[in-house]
Design a protein around this ligand. Structure first.
Ligand code: ARG
Length: 829
């Protein structure tokens, strides 16, 4: 548990209910403290003339002086002892934040005032009850105190009490205090009755709703900020007016900023918090964060959303109760840090609808997730009933940037759907998909399944002809779209998922004016494939370029001025941008399953990623401070935290890296799907860039040009310290390499079924040469014939077993993510 202190000493704020704004004045120096009142200057009294001078060191004076000395000594010793005890206690202290609902006490408006008699009385009662629970528990030795932080109304009635618990475990030294045990002690003390069949039970004299109990370990800094000793720029806001926007702004240009904003609406309503812009240091919320809680204390399991990087687009979040906590932390701001936001009080909405769909008119209406366009809250549920006018017409659903697939045994990360009694899981993606239900009566239920608030969903609906989902002359993509047959097998991905380009034997050029495409594989290949020669018309094959133009790899001349290494792909084949982002020379190739030991220094971009000190995944160096790896290496709350990760560069034998850096930031692709491994890509920023002096041993690999096509049969290399046999239980100590072949996408789809256009397959169909567990995130490196440069064509992602015949390895197709990589690593341009 972290015990970092946060004594935010920023003077802030003015707050008033119709226009709340928190202005933070940064004060690098100390704020002027209140001076003690000056003593009145007394006029000097004439000293009395002593007639007789008694000796100063008489016995009486000596006794007095000795007593005073002893007293001062005792006070100093006691103060030092007290300070020492306090210091060690707070170092060994563990804080827990929690809440529960008391059903047998009604809310009084006075509870909002923390100094009121009413608040103090109810707080005392609750504290006594909690004290009794823990002083009679197995943890009584460690228990110190409970502090009630808030007593509020809520949408279920009764009182919602938020509290802190403090435990002290002497000499804890890095030990963690069992969070589940602390929560279990409280829950087990609530006596529920099986007969009543309600979740409300007795906790001493209090009627407590068992389902409302939440308790998590918290930070000491949060304890200080919310309890009052160190409030910083924290504020409580009570908003009662519907349809009013309450602005909330805070910023600083230097120093420390830690604010807790408690937002409370009248019971029966919800809070909608909208963030217009956030300025923070991007580091996965390790230091800087904007966190929105569905409670009034920073209780981890009530987090609705966390923003960990600067943002300028409007995002809004809705609470599940009439309260919300927003915390903003920027402990070492050195340039502008802050948020611009506002909140509103909104009514609760029901998410259900019955729709009578018209006879085929295309997509005629929309349904959406609750509180659209806000992020939808984690505990939502929607039901929709659709009825089409004819039994021959089914219901078509067009999901925006979302797709649903049959639910497997695993749970759903982003909403589960029940459609006419069939279960599906939802996932986000970068295009629309169409789902058709061949029934005139469709019953849909959506349950939000993510732990956090999730991105808003928009679904268009309409009817369609069950017997002919796609009109004559069109092809049905696997994403559900219908595209004109002429667009099939034209070399261009019209379906979003490339299903129009799969299973295309020989490419047929589309030569009429409307469907002719310059970038099709058949243009400028030296052969007039179109009758009118249109495909070869703008080509400069064989003709030398003049000195103001640059010759692309496919023989086209483009103006030099906007050619080589300007960040834009100007040549149709991207050859003007090739080799711009990585070291130009390839290492001399002296250089897993069926692999061999590599030669030291043979793969200078290969990285081993260690999680809590053990090798866990691979990665590739793409610049001085960025690595590229697989998203699945960082799935889950523990793995997505950069703190336990270290990157080992320039390494041959495990544990003997030439350079090791902690990881500062992990950027997982926002559409990564843990069920299908789609969008399995992540960027890692090193805390320390590798030094120039190591450039003989550490070198970046080139990123392929955007959309680069790969050729099946091409030979590439997979490298890593992963297992050498499927049945092994540990990885290889020496870096392994295996030569694999790029496999035709159609063949791979027929093997695995679920191969998206973000994936590619490589291996040998006879098996034996493959990546395996522990190689994930590592490179699939292909050497480009034209200039001998090494290109990061793939990232080790998944496979059925390891090295099994007919089951090649599946890799993330890097050429599909070039703009995404550039968004975070513009220096590659
Ligand atoms: N996901 C695996 C890992 O954690 C990589 C599996 C690759 N499997 C394969 N057969 N190519 O390292």
């Amino acid at each position: 548990m972290e015990n970092q202190d946060s004594d935010s000493r920023l003077d802030c704020c003015s707050s008033f209910i119709s226009n709340i704004s928190v202005q933070v004045v940064s004060a690098p120096g100390k704020l002027p403290g209140r001076r003690p009142p000056r003593k009145p200057i007394s006029r000097a009294k004439p000293k009395k003339q002593l007639n007789k001078k008694a000796p100063f060191w008489n016995v009486q004076n000596k006794i007095i002086l000795f007593t005073v000395f002893l007293f001062i000594l005792a006070v100093t010793a006691w103060t030092l002892l007290w300070l020492y005890i306090r210091e060690t206690e707070s170092r060994d202290a563990f804080y827990f934040a929690g809440m529960f609902r008391i059903t047998n006490i009604e809310f009084l408006p006075e509870y909002r005032q923390k100094e009121s008699r009413e608040f103090l009385s109810v707080a005392r009662t609750v504290q006594q009850v909690i004290n009794l629970v823990y002083t009679t528990s197995a943890f009584s030795r460690f228990y110190r105190q409970s502090v009630v932080a808030d007593v509020s109304s809520n949408n279920k009635g009764g009182l919602l009490v938020h509290f802190w618990l403090v435990f002290v475990m002497p000499h804890a030294k890095g030990h963690v205090f069992c969070e589940d045990c602390v929560a279990a002690i409280l829950k087990d003390s609530i006596q529920t009755s099986v007969v009543n069949r309600t979740s409300v039970g007795k906790l001493q004299g209090l009627a407590v709703d068992m389902d409302s109990v939440v308790l998590n370990a918290g930070l000491r800094s949060d304890y200080s900020s919310t309890i009052g000793s160190d409030k910083g720029c924290s504020r409580d806001f009570y908003a009662d007016h519907l349809s009013l926007r309450y602005p909330l702004e805070v910023s600083t240009t230097s120093g420390r900023l830690t604010c807790h904003f408690k937002l409370v609406a009248t019971a029966g309503h919800l809070i909608r918090f909208s963030v217009e812009s956030v300025q923070i240091e991007a580091d996965n919320c390790v230091t800087d964060s904007l966190t929105i809680y569905d409670s009034l204390l920073p209780i981890r399991s009530t987090v609705l959303y966390r923003i960990c990087e600067p943002a300028r687009t409007l995002k809004s979040f809705v609470s599940t109760n009439n309260l919300m906590l927003v915390t903003f932390k920027s402990p070492q701001a050195w340039r502008l840090s802050g948020i611009r936001a506002y909140f509103e009080v909104i009514p609760e909405q029901k998410c259900e609808n019955t729709v009578l769909v018209k006879e085929i008119t295309g997509f005629e209406g929309k349904i959406s997730s609750p509180y659209y366009p806000s992020y939808y809250p984690p505990k939502c549920k929607c039901t929709w009933k659709f009825q089409s006018p004819l039994s021959t017409l089914g219901i078509a659903l067009k999901f925006h940037n979302y797709s649903i697939t049959k639910k497997s045994v695993r749970g759903c990360d982003h909403g589960w759907w029940e459609i006419n009694e069939h279960m599906y899981c939802g996932s986000y993606m970068d295009h629309q998909t169409i789902f058709r239900v061949p029934s005139s009566l469709v019953h849909i239920q959506l349950q939000c399944s993510s732990r956090l608030s999730d991105k808003p969903l928009l679904v268009e609906y309409g009817s369609y002809n069950i017997s002919q989902p796609c009109p004559v002359g069109s092809f049905r993509c696997s994403s559900g779209f219908c595209v004109p047959l002429a667009q099939r097998c034209d070399g261009v991905n019209d379906c979003f998922d490339e299903s129009d380009e799969l299973f295309c034997g020989t490419l047929q050029p589309a030569c009429n004016a409307s469907s002719f495409r310059r970038h099709s594989a058949l243009t400028c290949d030296g052969f007039p494939d179109c009758e009118d020669g249109r495909d070869e018309r703008d080509c400069t094959r064989g003709i030398p370029c003049n000195n103001r133009t640059f010759k692309c790899g496919n023989d086209v001349c483009i103006r030099k001025q906007n050619a080589k290494c300007d960040g834009n792909v100007d040549c149709p084949d991207g050859s003007d941008e090739e080799g711009c982002s990585c070291s130009s020379s390839s290492p001399t190739l002296h250089r897993i399953i069926g692999g061999t030991d590599t030669r030291e220094g043979g793969w200078p971009w290969q990285v081993s990623l260690h999680f809590v000190g053990s090798a866990y995944c691979g990665a590739s160096v793409i610049s001085r401070e960025w690595l590229l790896s697989a998203a699945h290496c960082f799935h889950g709350s523990r793995l997505s935290d950069p703190t336990p990760w270290t990157a080992h560069l320039g390494m041959y034998v495990q544990g003997s890296a030439k350079f090791v850096s902690p990881v500062r930031r992990i950027v997982v692709h926002e559409y990564y799907n843990s069920q299908t491994f789609d969008y399995d890509i992540a960027l890692l920023q090193l805390r320390v860039a590798w030094p120039e002096a190591l450039k003989q041993l550490i070198q970046p690999i080139c990123i392929p040009p955007a959309g680069q096509k790969v050729h099946s049969g091409e030979k590439c290399w997979v490298t890593g310290w992963g297992r050498r046999h499927e049945a092994d239980n540990k990885g290889s100590p020496v870096l392994q390499q295996a030569e694999v072949e790029l496999i035709d996408q159609t063949l791979c789809v027929s093997t695995y079924g679920i191969i998206t256009s973000r994936m590619l397959c490589a291996g040998v169909m006879s098996g034996k040469k493959d990546a395996c567990r522990g190689d994930s995130g590592g490179p699939l490196s292909c050497r480009r014939k034209s200039d001998g440069k090494w290109i990061l064509t793939g990232i080790v992602s998944w496979g059925h077993g390891c090295g099994r015949p007919n089951f090649p390895g599946v890799y993330t197709r890097v050429s599909n993510f070039v703009p995404w990589i550039h968004k975070y690593v513009p220096s590659l341009l």
